[in-house]
Design a binder for this molecule. Structure first.
Ligand code: NAP
Length: 548
């Protein structure tokens, strides 16, 4: 038996060996896929590497971990009783609260009996003659399935940079994405944090409040806006619940999959400087990133327009951080605001005013190696540290899929085919890999939207596709090469018409040395993307080859 039960009865390795569908991953994507596909009368098995469900929210337990999309939005919309009954205590959900919600969903929809925990899928091989996938697990178990659904996540392969000497470090080290379940008490410790992306920005104020001294190593200064988290206003919650159905529907018609933010109608350069400042001030006071980026129509496509917003935030940083030299290191100058994931924080910049916090710029003087008690850059040594925390991110969007040996019998692995960057049709399927769907894969809006909405849209599309195949007697579906090529070209063209490619972000794989530079998410907006997926289906799955 390869499972440990966290709560309720989960599936075991001794159960059935053949399924209609195997789902890889028991996070928000995998759970909904199980629920939806089981609802079609299909036999489904979910394999999950963790000892509990939740994916991202199972692993990322670092201090201060919280979603940067508001909790009334960042939740499943498929069940009205669920969304009416669940109470989110705060404007933004904390990691423990979101994990509690996911576990509630697993119990409420009786999902656990088809989820096998502690089981990492390491291979998926399609047999063209039998028309089925064989999936192998780390424990050597093999199961077969007609269809395979990869719900393995976009930010699920934590990455510690390849620093020389890590094994010689005598203190403890952690990665935000593999946080110990029992938590870490930094009281009285000397701590080094490497990385200032969303995870670092959330965690740094919490560690600073506990540690004896915190040294932050920053490579790229990131833009961060105040989250303005607060207890959820009961009146706001009541109204939101009353309007839930309409709001969920409206969200489908927006670029980021989030309703409630009126679309901008003017460009930043069409208004006076005074008007712009007052708009940015209003958004800064309101909190949240979508609302800020929605100030004007052109912030993500016009450099001059973007400069006005970038400079506004730089000035805010300078006004918050008392030491001017520190403020200058923190003020981002090498990318337009919004082209790297815009962070949301609570007291991030304020933390640098504490006496026990120091900032080191490792852009100009990169980290060379980790030593027994600290770390070395080219020009200096830092430490001693009792603990080092890596907030260094993930092998994003392709990492989890490339770690699995996915191939058609006798053919090249998916990882080889993606050596020059991922290629998909609509982010849903990969040409040459029949009957394998990807949930929110590269080439879909995924990480540029409210993820749960994106998950539901993909899964519903897959469920409708399987129903269509059953109704028309098809057994195999595959993305055609020309359709895939055209889609990849479109994804690149859209990205190139924006400012996004100007940043060294994980959207282009820039955080992984040697990873090909390809813009991975689709930034043409959720609404247009969904319309495209719907019309492809309505036209008999245009661009896909269906066969018996
Ligand atoms: P990340 O955004 O990739 O940030 C990693 C940080 O580590 C960056 O500052 C990076 O610098 C730095 N770094 C990487 N390698 C380094 C090296 N060799 N030397 C020095 N610094 C190095 O990762 P993340 O913060 O974990 O966030 C990943 C994504 O997860 C986010 O963008 C977001 O989509 C999601 N997330 C969301 C939330 C939320 O909802 N609030 C919270 C956490 C994460 P460079 O920028 O120079 O590469």
């Amino acid at each position: 038996m390869s499972e440990v039960m966290e709560e309720g009865r989960t599936a075991t390795a001794a159960d059935t060996r053949h399924f209609d569908v195997v789902v890889v991953g028991g996070g928000l994507g995998g759970l909904y896929a199980l629920h939806r596909l089981r609802g079609l009368g299909l036999s489904v098995r979910v394999f999950e590497a963790g000892s509990g469900v939740g994916g991202t929210w199972f692993w990322n337990r670092y201090p201060g971990a919280r979603c940067d999309v508001e909790s009334m939005e960042y939740s499943y919309g498929f069940s009205d009783p669920l969304q009416q009954e669940w109470h989110w205590p705060e404007r933004y959900g904390t990691q423990p609260e979101i994990l509690r919600y996911i576990n509630h969903v697993a119990d409420r929809f009786d999902l656990r009996r088809d989820i096998q925990l502690n089981t990492r899928v390491v291979s998926a091989v399609f047999d063209p003659a039998a028309g089925q996938w064989t999936l192998g697990t780390e424990q050597g178990e093999m199961v077969t399935a007609r269809f395979c659904v990869m719900a393995s996540g976009n930010l699920s392969t934590p990455r510690v940079p390849d620093f020389k000497g890590l094994e010689s470090f005598q203190g403890k080290w952690y990665h935000t994405g593999l946080w110990p379940h029992e938590g870490v008490d930094f009281s009285g410790l000397r701590v080094g944090v490497i990385g200032t992306g969303s995870s670092g920005v959330q965690m740094i104020p919490h560690i600073a409040a506990q540690a004896d001294h915190l040294t932050v190593f920053q490579r790229t200064a990131n833009f961060s806006l105040p989250a303005r988290n607060a207890p959820l206003d009961p009146e706001k919650e009541r109204r939101h619940k009353q309007e839930y159905e309409d709001r969920r529907r409206a969200a489908l018609d927006t670029p980021f999959g989030i309703a409630g933010h009126p679309a901008p109608t003017q460009g930043a350069l069409q208004v006076t400087e005074a008007e712009r400042q007052s708009a940015y001030e209003r958004k800064w006071a309101e909190g949240g990133s979508i609302s800020f980026l929605y100030s004007y129509t052109d912030l993500l496509v016009n450099q001059e327009a973007n400069d006005t917003a970038s400079e506004f935030v730089r000035q805010k940083i300078r006004s918050i951080v008392r030491n001017p030299a520190t403020a200058e290191i923190l003020a981002p100058k090498d990318h337009p605001i919004g082209t790297k994931r815009l962070c949301l924080d609570t007291n991030y910049y304020e933390t640098y005013n504490r006496n026990n916090v120091s900032l080191v710029d490792v852009k100009s003087d990169p980290i060379q190696e980790i030593a027994a008690t600290g770390l070395r850059t080219r020009d200096g040594t830092f430490g001693p540290f009792d603990a080092i925390v890596f907030a260094t991110g993930f092998d994003a969007m392709t990492g989890a899929l490339r770690e699995i040996d996915v191939r058609v019998e006798g053919g090249p692995a998916l990882a080889e085919q993606w050596e020059a960057g991922p290629r998909t049709y609509l982010g849903l399927m990969v040409s040459g890999f029949p009957n394998m769907f990807v949930v929110t894969g590269p080439g879909s809006p995924s990480v540029k939207t409210q993820m749960i909405l994106a998950i539901e849209q993909h899964t519903d599309w897959i469920a409708d596709c399987l129903t269509y195949m059953r109704d028309h007697g098809y057994e195999r579906i595959e993305a055609s090469r020309p359709a895939q090529d055209a889609w990849v070209e479109h994804v690149n063209q859209v990205a190139d018409s924006t400012l996004y490619p100007l940043a060294n972000s994980w959207y282009v794989g820039a955080n992984i040395p040697g990873k090909p530079r390809v813009f991975m998410p689709y930034v043409g907006g959720f609404a247009g993307y969904k319309r495209r997926c719907d019309s492809v289906a309505a036209n008999g799955y245009e661009g896909f080859v269906l066969s018996r």
